[in-house]
Design a protein around this ligand. Structure first.
Ligand code: AMP
Length: 369
């Protein structure tokens, strides 16, 4: 069970029970050495820390005590915001070595307030032990004495931590899977895929794979792939599917596992490529969320491409090659519209007219992914 869904959110395992237990054992050994002879009093913060505290305590090899505290929050004046008061300390803390046991430290504000409140009860020392720490979120000037894991700023669940009170009993640690906006931007040559992709990248922080750009870069480098690609491109033909598919996975994996999404621009161009894309993404637990078909009449496409040829100097933007590319588009690429309709993710966009209006129509789809 490496993925679970709770309410509206999906999570995947990001740390196994065995990894957590191993690290908790190491931390307990370190604490046992450093706190020997001090009979430390652990103050475990409910609810989240109950499992960590139980495991930590059982791995300690020196005498120690444990008590559980809770943070009661009440609304302060507008300038102070929410106040957290520590409740549940029944022990006399005078002269004690106190260790606050937390499940997670983010901004550090809660811990700092706790340390201040505990400090008024005359302990010998107050230390902090936390299972997880998100360094990116820390805003307080705070020293954490014992940290089991430093983690990135993602929402986590399990091993005591909850999402809306659910999931605390999960043995492994899970991380929220962010909605991935994998988008196929689709259309004939000259339909505006590149222009709209640039706008999408800027607005949604997406990544971009333009297979045409990848091939042009290879041609420039003079690589074997570039040499093969050049002949096809000059003829307005498509590069063979197996070659294109093999390029795709490595470029895609370059974006990491938890990216915001990738715009596929110029890929897929054939049904076998669409099938290969679906399979490649499924192997990684991902999928295409939307296919956006930019629909532009043929006479307009020809006008745009001839103009682009004059401005950018792209060798395949000449009348003869454009005509071949459009024939290839109709015979091999256009059938994909039906294929994506069957998949239930096809969206028609009127690609003729004002750029911002077209982008607005695209955003209306992307916002709902
Ligand atoms: P583009 O920049 O997307 O218009 O692509 C320019 C040329 O690169 C195309 O006419 C094809 O020869 C080749 N090409 C780009 N993407 C693909 C693909 N997915 N499959 C096959 N050939 C492609």
């Amino acid at each position: 069970m490496d993925r679970i869904t709770i309410k509206d959110k999906t999570f995947r395992v990001s740390m196994t029970e065995a990894e957590i237990k191993q690290r908790v054992r190491e931390l307990a050994q370190q604490m046992s050495r450093e706190l020997e002879g001090k009979n430390p009093l652990f103050l475990a913060v409910l609810n989240g820390a109950f499992i960590f505290a139980a495991d930590l305590m059982r791995e300690m090899t020196i005498p120690c005590e444990i008590s559980f505290v809770k943070l009661a929050s009440y609304q302060g004046t507008t300038s102070t915001g929410t106040i957290h008061e520590v409740i549940g300390i029944n022990e006399d803390l005078t002269g004690r070595t106190v260790v606050i046991v937390e499940d997670i430290v983010e901004s550090g504000l809660t811990i700092r307030r706790m340390m201040e409140q505990i400090g008024t009860r005359h302990p010998a020392s107050v230390q902090v032990c936390t299972l997880f720490f998100k360094p990116e979120r820390l805003t307080e000037d705070l020293k954490l004495d014992y940290v089991a894991f430093e983690i990135p700023n993602d929402f986590i669940l399990g091993y005591g931590l909850d999402y809306d009170q659910q999931g605390r009993g999960l043995k492994d640690l899970y991380t929220l899977v962010k909605n991935m906006r994998n988008i196929v931007i689709f259309g004939a040559p000259g339909s505006g895929k590149g222009t709209q992709s640039d706008k999408l990248i800027e607005k949604y922080g997406l990544n971009h794979i333009s297979t045409g750009d990848v091939l042009r870069a290879e041609i420039k480098k003079g690589s074997e792939l570039g040499k093969t690609a050049q002949q096809f491109i000059d003829n307005g033909q498509l590069i063979p599917d197996d070659l294109m598919v093999s390029i795709l996975a490595s470029v895609y994996d370059g974006f990491g596992k938890d990216h915001a999404g990738v715009i596929f621009d110029g890929f897929p161009r054939t049904i076998p490529q669409a099938e290969a894309l679906k399979a490649m993404l499924a192997e990684r637990g991902h999928e295409v969320a939307a296919m956006l078909e930019l629909d532009v009449p043929e006479d307009e496409l020809m006008k745009r491409l001839l103009l682009r040829g004059q401005q950018s100097g792209r060798a395949d933007d000449n009348e003869e090659t454009i005509k071949k590319r459009l024939v290839v588009y109709h015979s091999q690429t256009q059938p994909l519209i039906e294929w994506y309709k069957q998949e239930g993710i096809h969206h028609h966009i009127d690609g003729l007219g004002d750029l911002d209006r077209i982008f607005g129509d695209i955003c209306a789809v992307v916002d709902n992914i």
